[in-house]
Design a protein around this ligand. Sequence first.
Ligand SMILES: [Zn+2]
Ligand SMILES: [Zn+2]
Length: 333
Amino acid sequence: MKACVLRAPAAIETNPLGYAEVAMPRPKSGEVLVRVRACGVCRTDLHVIEGELPPRKSPVIPGHQVVGVVEKQGENARRFAVGTRVGIAWLYQTDETCEYCRSGSENLCDNPTFTGYSVDGGYAEYIVAPQDFVYVVPEGFPDEQAAPLLCAGIIGFRSLRLSGIKAGACLGFYGFGAAAHVAIQVARHWGVEMFACTRDVRHQKLALELGAAWAGGTFDDPPKKLDAAIVFAPAGEIVPAALKALKKGGALVLGGIHMSRIPSFDYQLLYQERMIRSVANNTRKDGEDFLRIAAEIPIRTHVQIFSLSEANRALNALKNDAISGAAVLHVSD
Ligand SMILES: [Zn+2]
Ligand SMILES: [Zn+2]
């Protein structure tokens, strides 16, 4: 099968993904083989490729926002009939036995595997995955539109949940890429007033189109104090700026898996019961709840489509803020 393979981490400008012929994976017991139709491109893929996340598997096929159809069932894998359209997300598998898994926080599992990082992902014509960690993709979303729901969507949704935001409250987004452009649609549905702080003018424009009351630069003060803010941009210097925009008791949620160093700041910015919280991975319940809500609203994703062989180009565009909404690789029909 064809796949985009990372042999060693390197700057994306050097186009480190090789478009190559590799052996097709075989489903083990409890796993399904999925023929990939589309795979979303996530900033986490960039962190894996550029080595900001320490390598877990090498070589590795990145990609963790997979939409495809079940091609073959492994032994003891009868949950999905052959031909069912399914999705595969970042959380590939957990041990299901550690204290976190047993207490409903499988996103914090001590022994997790992650799609496109510790196991091969969806920048490929085929992928295998444990059936218990595979999602049903709601009808009504074309493959390419559904792909960004599987990480950008799910992580944005978990970030919203952890922010504690309620109807009528003010929410800020710092960085307005794939995750924010989905999360803002959920927040609007919940009756939240939204503000976007982001450096790229195209991203500001998209935020306004999607219902933001105001959009400005990353370090501009929003016109109102915020009950909560979510930082999706991987830049630590945003943290003090976002804290400054919060009301007393406000929550700052950091949605990314990697962030540059956070500069030191005065305790005064945090005092008055403001809090900072990170988001790590997702539970299957986050995924299932979000996909249901996404279909109900319904969410409309803005996608820029690339072919599988163009993964390097898509990732370079992502790094340069040149994607409006989400980049998606079209793999097959
Ligand atoms: Zn666990
Ligand atoms: Zn992701």
